[in-house]
Design a protein around this ligand. Structure first.
Ligand code: NAD
Length: 480
């Protein structure tokens, strides 16, 4: 069986202790490769390699660093089919989703920051008759990047690319649930002859390999995307060490639909914002609030469409939903459906596991699920489920829906559907979220700040925000 390997100092290596664990294909529920169970000693080697590479990488011109990164972008593109198949196999997502979203976006992440760094500039502040301040922006050194399983290569490269562009050397860990495309990325690095030690990838469990990256005295910053509880644990270790921290955490996003929306456009997009990637996107709108005037019309149309949605194996070109990422995750999502029923909810669509024919009969499939009749304060409506489950709730007016929308501990994104421009601005201003879409969902411009408020995180990724995070400002004053 294939063994995934760590990539340290430009070489593919087994973990020092020689231990591996199983990588399971969610579409079939079968083991298909082995993942290194790396420990602190492997992270130590990776950090040492990164430290050694730092003087050369950090003093290279921006243009030269950008050229290296473009080679990686083109290398991923050249192996597009292989990356797409691997992402789908590792995660359970439909092939067509990996083909249209995940892998093209990983290519864009490298291109975006390879070119962005050419335009990144720092400030100067003139004091007339006194002197001038100029601010240098220096790379931090060795930084740690830790990412989740839902958009594996997409989110992994969203961190690595700005870190590298800014001149840092990186020790990175992909999710142990979906490590394969990070391994393929190492093959591309190797092929293009990327300077050794600049990017080191260590595979393994969060509590061992991830924890060792966070605790290492020489990782100067941690960029983390994952669950809120993990973010809290990481912050408790890294904050007293005065590390820079970027935390992109969980969400429970509201999708707010007013009577005056463009109904057809809203319905089409709401199907995607509810169930794309099996509902496993941190930006999915899992709490749908619908104004009373169109509640029944929306409910009928939404339920009818979702009942016809095709859940199938990821290779089926007609699959609208594939498998959820793992058996424990499937059990967690199903347990939330049980909880919703206990809390008084009515399941209008889905609500159960889907069993496909062999060879997919052991796969982890869940029917897209719509639940109504729940209080906005109940656990189902307050806790992150992160699967193909949404609730629908009627509301009277702006005041009521704002109270419901802002009632959770989270604040990542929100979607609003209305043709009243003034209302759209008013609501966008008052919603607790780092990202608001009006009459749209998941339209991304990589220059914009990306991140959440409250328990959805600290800091912003994207554009200059990311390049600022991965650099340290140093102000210099010169007397005139
Ligand atoms: P997770 O927190 O379980 O794991 C994320 C990563 O952290 C993995 O690589 C894991 O191995 C590692 N990790 C776990 N424990 C660790 C520890 N103690 N120290 C260091 N690293 C550790 O999250 P997940 O289940 O992989 O992903 C799902 C979560 O990610 C959801 O909550 C989702 O909302 C969130 N998410 C957020 C965003 C965002 O941009 N805000 C994007 C995608 C996913």
């Amino acid at each position: 069986m294939e063994k995934i390997l760590n990539y340290i100092n430009g070489a593919f290596v087994e973990p020092t202790a020689g231990k591996f664990f199983d990588n399971i294909e969610p579409a079939k529920g079968e083991v298909y490769s082995q993942i290194p169970n790396s420990q602190a000693e492997d992270v130590e080697k990776a950090v040492n390699a990164a430290k050694e590479a730092f003087p050369i990488w950090s003093t290279m011109s921006n243009e030269e660093r950008g050229d290296w990164m473009m080679k990686v972008a083109n290398g991923i593109k050249a192996r597009m089919g292989e990356f797409v198949a691997a992402e789908s196999r590792d995660n359970g997502k439909p092939v067509k989703l990996a083909e249209h979203v995940d892998i093209p976006r990983a290519v864009s992440n490298f291109k975006f920051f390879a070119t962005g760094i050419q335009h990144f500039a720092s400030e100067s502040h003139n004091m007339v008759g006194v002197g001038v301040n100029y601010t240098l922006r220096k790379p931090l050194g060795v930084v740690g990047c830790i990412s989740p399983w839902n958009l594996p290569l997409y989110l992994f490269t969203w961190k690595i690319a700005p870190a590298l562009a800014a001149g840092n050397c990186v020790v990175a860990k992909p999710s142990e649930v979906t490590p394969y495309t990070a391994y393929l990325l190492c093959k591309v690095m190797d092929e293009v002859g990327f300077p050794k030690g600049v990017l080191n990838i260590v595979h393994g469990y969060g509590q061992y390999a991830g924890d060792a990256i966070v605790r290492h005295k020489d990782t100067k910053a941690i960029s983390f995307t994952g669950g809120t509880a993990t973010g809290k644990a990481i912050a408790s270790i890294a904050a007293p060490m005065f590390k820079k921290l970027s935390l992109e955490l969980g969400g429970k996003n509201p999708n707010i639909i007013f009577n005056d929306c463009d109904f057809d456009e809203m319905l089409k997009t709401t199907i995607r914002s509810s169930f794309a990637n099996q509902g496993q996107i941190c930006l999915c709108g899992s709490r749908i609030f619908v104004q009373k005037g169109i509640y029944e019309k929306f409910k009928t149309a939404f339920v009818e469409k979702i009942k016809k949605t095709k859940v199938s194996n990821p290779e089926d070109p007609k699959a609208q939903l594939g498998a959820v990422v793992s058996e424990p995750h499937m059990e967690k999502v199903l347990s939330y459906i049980d909880l919703a029923k206990e809390e008084g909810g009515t399941v209008l669509a889905g609500g159960h596991r889907v069993e496909l024919d062999a060879p997919y009969d052991k796969g982890f499939y869940i029917a897209p699920t719509i639940i109504e009749g729940l209080e906005y304060t109940c656990r189902t409506n307050q806790e992150e489920i992160f699967g193909p489950v949404v609730t629908i709730t009627p509301f009277e007016d702006e005041e009521e829906v704002l109270k419901m929308a802002n009632s959770t501990e989270y604040g990542l994104s929100a979607t609003l559907w209305t043709s009243d421009l003034k209302r759209a601005h008013r609501m966008a201003d008052q919603i607790d979220a780092g990202i608001v879409w009006i009459n749209a969902w998941l339209v991304r411009d990589l220059r914009t700040p990306f991140g959440g408020v409250k328990s959805s995180g600290v800091g912003r990724e994207g554009g200059w925000e990311a390049l600022k995070f991965f650099t340290e400002p140093k102000n210099v004053f010169v007397k005139s």
